[in-house]
Design a binder for this molecule. Structure first.
Ligand SMILES: [Zn+2]
Length: 324
């Protein structure tokens, strides 16, 4: 519940996250404002949904109630090119100060693989996950983001010993059971779809695999999903595994910047580029070009360190090899 104001009968402060948009609680805030109470401060987390979620665009209308309220908007990552649009949606002046941390995430090694082998994508992911398990150790967890429930279920069915499954459409009971198995380490891996990134909260994720590329796997999603790893302060690995021929669910042709808050165009360009994997992220979020070699203590990507222990193992185990 939004707490009732106690220090003043005419003033209140409220903190909210994205769940508030969908709940009736916002009605209480509206009620207070409409009955003469002043919202002194509004701290809003997860405000990137202004850009990408059609249901949240109505918040733009809500925001008119708070034109004289101090507003602090928190967002995990905001592409520079979407900054002006974000401020407009939030009804903030275009010269509003924005405090940013760099997006470097130096602990993450980004790896891009393409499966040219005869094995199907499910088997390729299982082999990859088993190799990653030896690198991260069995005390740390892994996440496999799939394009849809179908692929997640297939993984669960064939990788049963080590992998559970959970996605937003699961019942709450099933979700809780699966995620509990994963968090306790009974199953080291969890296969899921895009929505899971909003729910996950485990400090011990050592590896993240993105299977295929589709509408849910724009650059923004890759960045956020990757950021689930390494929260224990240790180095982590993030692997994007594509199959051959490439399966792009959404062609980037014709996408204008304004129509592309998920950054699909950037993920397309990232997949085509043959250079340090980190550059795609630093260019998008920081308008900068910081490669692994320029970043102190960086965990190098597969392009910058093609002879790493993991890459050598991958080359040995996959025959014919995955293409890097
Ligand atoms: Zn690199």
């Amino acid at each position: 519940m939004v707490p009732a104001p106690q220090n003043s009968k005419s003033m209140f402060i409220f903190f909210s996250n994205s769940e508030l948009y969908y709940s009736d609680r916002f009605g209480l805030v509206r009620h207070w404002v409409e009955h003469g109470k002043h919202a002194a401060r509004w701290v809003l987390d997860g405000t990137d949904l202004f850009l990408s979620d059609a249901q949240v665009h109505s918040l733009h209308d809500h925001a008119t109630m708070f034109d004289d309220t101090q507003r602090i908007f928190l967002v995990e990552a905001l592409p520079k090119r979407l900054q002006a649009r974000f401020l407009e949606q939030a009804r903030l002046p275009p010269d509003t100060s924005i405090i940013r941390a760099p997006c470097n995430q130096p602990h993450i090694s980004y790896i891009k693989l393409t499966n040219h082998t005869a094995m199907n994508e499910t088997q390729a992911v299982i082999n990859l996950a088993e190799i990653l398990s030896t690198v991260i150790g069995h005390d740390r967890r892994g996440i496999i983001f799939c394009p849809s429930q179908h692929e997640a279920d297939q993984l669960h069915n064939r990788f049963t010993q080590s992998c559970c499954v959970s996605y937003p459409e699961f019942s709450e009971a099933n979700k809780a059971r699966s995620e509990d198995e994963w968090k306790k380490g009974t199953k080291q891996w969890i296969a899921t779809t895009a929505g899971f990134t909003l729910d996950v909260d485990s400090p011990s994720v050592g590896a993240v695999i993105f299977l295929g590329v589709g509408i849910t796997h724009g650059m923004d999603f890759l960045y956020r999903g990757a950021g689930q790893s390494g929260r224990d302060g240790q180095r982590s690995w993030v692997v994007v595994l594509q199959n051959e021929p490439h399966q792009f669910a959404v062609p980037y042709d014709g996408l204008q910047d304004d129509d592309d808050p998920q950054c699909l165009a950037e993920s397309w360009a990232w997949l085509q580029a043959n250079r340090c994997r980190r550059l795609g992220f630093t260019m998008l979020y920081d308008n900068d070009t910081v490669s692994c070699a320029q970043l102190p203590d960086a965990h190098f990507c597969d392009f910058c360190e093609p002879q790493s222990k993991l890459m050598v193992t991958l080359k040995k185990k996959f025959n014919p090899p995955l293409i890097f």
